[in-house]
Design a protein around this ligand. Structure first.
Ligand SMILES: *Cc1c(COP(=O)(O)O)cnc(C)c1O
Length: 439
């Protein structure tokens, strides 16, 4: 929608978008950044400051997407910046082992008892892709069960009914994924244990793994029903399939030990990303030693990465997890309180304005679904009024509030968000709901 006439306030962003479109498909290097789902033109960011983003024209925005999850401590957080600077002085990369890798691993394992051994990669996509390869090797089986609306990165076999990006663009999977590969992924409705039981009955001895987001974030925020996660653990154990809990979004977000800690469950393999890299590109897959030891050079499963365990990324991760660990007792209750205040405050403004709104929230991730029904799975999320969400998004952006640009993405806040940001957001929402009602 870059053909829109730019508002005078975003002249430079508009010019930068036009330039970017010459180089990048859609002007972006990741599709949801293009704002197609909400309309309007995306501001170009120049810098971040705690809870705030400052664009190329000097406009300031309260950030509610936090680089899609990682920035839980806020932008340009001094201990993280200093750690990256210090590491950079010793060179950006070696392609040989450094002590920092085990330093970060120690912190991860301390938060995640389910992780006995792990390997670093450079993105969440790599983490889930590798976890699935491992599960297939461990079981000698081919089929993977995932859930509708869950996103696990953009590897071929995982782009089946994959939420957010693909939902935003109305593409059922993706062009370019061979049918033979897509057929090995079975997508079932979330929060429905009977569907999982039925799939194991229908494909006895053929299912390698069940992979899920323990709290869905990529179809908007959808919490697990009570006993759902425990039920999946029980079924997979009984059937000899691996349970892969994809905590790329929820890890260190919904609790220090992620959803595994919050809901008290175990997993065979866990994937991490986002927060674990403190804003630099890091992914992790890890879990039970007997599975992880199947990896080369110990075992027959090949997996590698030129920049895996990169020293700058390790430094940012250590600084971030170190701070979270040391201050967990204050940070997580504070995130809960701040997120509750803004999420419920805005929902109350919707009620006053008689705009139908369903709020789902787990800790500092949430979604305001523009509808009146409950949202427990992707099908229900998809009933939302995405045009109304688009109007809401644009009206907030004009007032300096930047939500994730899709109804099907969870909003986040971080430790830098405080009372003044919350109040400004609720005030802006009051104005925005008036705009939502005018069609
Ligand atoms: C973001 C995300 C991924 C993909 O991570 P990338 O670093 O973008 O490749 C995988 N799984 C979940 C749950 C995510 O939220």
């Amino acid at each position: 929608m870059s053909s829109n006439v730019p508002t005078p306030a975003r002249i430079r962003s508009h010019a930068l978008q036009e330039r970017a479109e010459r180089f990048f498909p859609g002007g972006v290097n990741s599709p949801v950044r293009a704002f197609r789902a909400v309309g309007g033109a995306p501001p170009f960011v120049e810098r971040g400051e705690g809870a705030w983003l400052i664009d190329a024209d000097g406009n300031r925005y309260i950030d509610y997407f936090g680089s899609w999850g990682p920035m839980i401590l806020g932008h340009a957080f001094a201990p993280v910046v200093e750690a990256i600077e210090r590491a950079a002085r010793n060179s950006a990369s070696f392609g040989a082992s450094t002590a920092a890798e085990a330093d970060l691993a120690e912190r991860i394992v301390a938060c995640y008892p389910a992780i006995e051994k792990l390997r670093f990669v450079s993105s969440g996509t790599e983490a889930t892709m590798s976890a699935i390869r491992l599960a297939r090797a461990a079981t000698g089986r081919k089929i993977v069960i995932k859930f509708e609306g869950c996103y696990h990165g953009h590897a071929d076999g995982l782009l089946v009914k994959a939420g957010s990006g693909v939902a935003t663009f109305g593409i059922p999977g993706s062009a370019g994924v061979p049918e033979e590969i897509a057929r090995l992924t079975h997508a079932l409705p979330y929060n429905d244990l009977a569907a999982v039981d039925a799939a194991f009955d229908a494909h006895e001895g053929k299912i390698a793994a069940v992979i899920l987001e323990p709290v869905v974030g990529n179809a908007g925020c959808i919490p697990p029903a009570p006993e759902y996660l425990a039920g999946l653990r029980e079924i997979t154990e009984r059937e000899g399939a691996l349970l892969i809990v994809d905590e790329v979004m929820t890890g260190f977000r919904v609790a220090l030990g992620g959803a595994l800690e919050l809901y008290g469950i175990d997993a065979d393999l866990v994937t991490l990303g986002k927060i674990v890299g403190g804003g630099l590109p890091v992914g992790v897959f890890g879990g039970k030693r007997r599975f992880m030891d199947l990896l080369a050079p110990l075992g027959p499963v090949y997996q590698a990465g030129t920049l895996s365990g990169n020293p700058l990324a390790m430094a940012a991760g250590i600084a971030t997890l170190g701070y979270l660990q040391e201050h967990a007792a204050e940070i997580y209750p504070r995130l809960e309180a701040t997120a509750r205040a803004v999420a419920e405050g805005v929902a109350q403004e919707a009620a006053k304005a008689q705009v139908p709104l369903t709020l789902n929230r787990v800790g500092s991730m949430w979604t305001w679904f523009f509808q009146s029904g409950t949202v427990t799975n992707y099908e229900e999320a998809a009933r939302s009024d995405t045009a109304a969400f688009g109007r809401f998004h644009r009206a907030l952006l004009e007032q300096g509030i930047w939500l994730p640009p899709s109804q099907f993405e969870a909003a986040f806040l971080g430790n830098a968000h405080g009372d003044s940001e919350i109040r400004a957001t609720i005030d802006a929402a009051r104005v925005a709901f008036a705009a939502v009602k005018v069609t």
